[in-house]
Design a protein around this ligand. Structure first.
Ligand SMILES: Nc1ncnc2c1ncn2[C@@H]1O[C@H](COP(=O)(O)OP(=O)(O)OP(=O)(O)O)[C@@H](O)[C@H]1O
Ligand SMILES: [Mg+2]
Length: 428
């Protein structure tokens, strides 16, 4: 049985029928013009899904996977380079696992994403995995774990390998945005194995930037926590900074126009959400946590959470009245990125305005930080934005797992046969 405050999934068909034709109470997430015929259908599915999720949570053996450490014995065959700054993300994996246990999961195990993963999954009879990893080492490391799980036939909560890889390669993702007409800062890439960077004579530089002479941002194409993101005043400062970043990452370097306005985030996930433990199905992605990353007077790049923890002071909830226009624009950007790029689970868009207030997508994080808020005020950008939409941290975790179960059961039955079996077996 599910327990605690997150367990209030709709409890009986009668209860469901009694409320079936009430107007939805979701001012921020639902379109007021929804065809009233659609609501009862969605409610039926939400009710059915609640039962399926409840049964699966008690029956599935779940692994929460965090980043493996390549220096540990047996983690890899040969240690190689990390173009992306490495982090284990284990503490957040613990937060996710604790939440899953609170909502009734009987078997939750933490596992490192490394060479031994397949064996551990088999040894522990894991049915389902939650990916909270950026990988161990190598290029496109965020896509290694989903690729392995695809091969092993273990369903997971996370992006598929291709989507994860695209999102974690800022240049590739930005090209997709441009193809879809979604605004992102003009950019070019440079790789240290080719010609030295000479902006004045580089035809690509001239094609992209024209007469624009700066300032610029120079950053790794695959990065995290604002690490190695540099502000450069003019074209003459670009070459040494790009070289420095290349030397560290051994990967393409991104050079883009500096956007000097306010900075925001918005999260987007699938249409199944939980509020106070009760599931609801929307007719499109759920966008939430519209927050402003508060920059100090002289802060041009939002300081890494590795250097200064995220607290309520550094992140401001947008005001529904005062910031109504920007909230609408952020929600629309979130919906568009999620839908047009065929995303299937949580992302966080980082967005910045130019001096005229126009919004541009900086990047979309495939594995946004899901740290549970602590009593001393340390939180994550996403958790900070949850209260405004009436959701707790456990509601978010339940939303994400319920949405994935819904996707697997409705669209991927062929990839989740053992989950269907688990649903139908009678408990001893
Ligand atoms: N083109 C730009 N114009 C202005 N500021 C930028 C630009 N690109 C990056 N920044 C600043 O640098 C920060 C980090 O950039 P970005 O989000 O691309 O990298 P990251 O290291 O992946 O970030 P995260 O902390 O979200 O993991 C942004 O939050 C923003 O403050
Ligand atoms: Mg970012």
């Amino acid at each position: 049985m599910m327990s605690g405050s997150t367990a209030k999934l709709v409890s009986s068909p009668v209860e469901y029928l009694n409320e079936a034709f009430e107007a939805p109470q979701t001012a921020y997430s639902e379109n007021a013009n929804i065809d009233p015929q659609v609501l009862p259908v969605r409610r039926t599915r939400a009710h059915e899904l609640a039962g399926q999720v409840e049964r699966l949570l008690t029956r599935m053996r779940i692994a929460v996977i965090y980043g493996g450490d390549k220096t540990e014995d047996g983690a890899v065959i040969y240690q190689s380079h990390n173009p992306r700054s490495w982090k284990s993300y284990r503490t957040v994996a613990e937060d996710i696992a604790a939440s899953l246990r609170r909502m009734g999961c009987r078997y939750v195990s933490l596992m490192a994403d490394d060479m031994r993963l397949a064996q551990r999954l088999q040894d522990e009879g894991i049915h389902f995995a939650w990916l909270n990893t950026g990988g161990v080492q190598g290029f496109c490391s965020v896509s290694h774990a989903p690729a392995i799980l695809e091969m092993l036939g273990v369903p997971y909560l996370g992006h598929d390998p291709l989507t994860a890889g695209i999102l974690d390669s800022k240049h590739t993702f930005k090209r997709q945005l441009m193809g879809l007409g979604i605004p992102t800062a003009e950019f070019m890439t440079w790789h240290g194995a080719g010609e030295p960077l000479n902006p004045c004579e580089n035809p690509e530089f001239r094609r992209v930037f024209g007469d624009y002479k700066g300032p610029f941002i120079v950053k790794p194409v695959s990065g995290r926590a604002s690490l190695n993101v540099e502000f450069v005043d003019d074209i003459f400062g670009l070459a040494p900074v790009a070289q420095e970043i290349f030397d560290l990452t051994q990967n393409h370097v991104l050079i883009e126009r500096y956007l000097g306005g306010r900075e925001f985030c918005v999260a987007a996930c699938g249409p199944t959400i939980a509020r106070d433990g009760e599931l609801e199905k929307l007719d499109g992605p759920f966008t939430f946590a519209t927050v402003e990353r508060v920059l100090q007077e002289d802060e041009r790049i939002f300081t890494s959470m590795d250097k200064r923890p995220i607290t309520g002071k550094r992140v401001r909830q947008l005001d529904p009245l005062e910031d109504a226009e920007v909230i609408d624009q952020l929600n629309e950007l979130g919906r568009k990125v999620f839908t047009d790029l065929n995303m299937e689970t949580l992302v966080r868009l980082d967005v910045r305005a130019d001096e005229d207030g126009r919004l541009f997508v900086l990047e979309t994080n495939p594995k946004p930080d899901l740290k549970a808020p602590t009593e001393d005020g340390v939180t994550s950008l996403i958790a900070e934005g949850l209260t405004q939409c009436g959701m707790s941290y456990d509601d978010l975790i339940l939303s994400l797992i319920a949405d994935r179960v819904d996707l697997l059961l409705r669209q991927r039955r062929g990839s989740a046969g053992h989950l269907v079996e688990l649903l139908t077996i009678c408990e001893a």
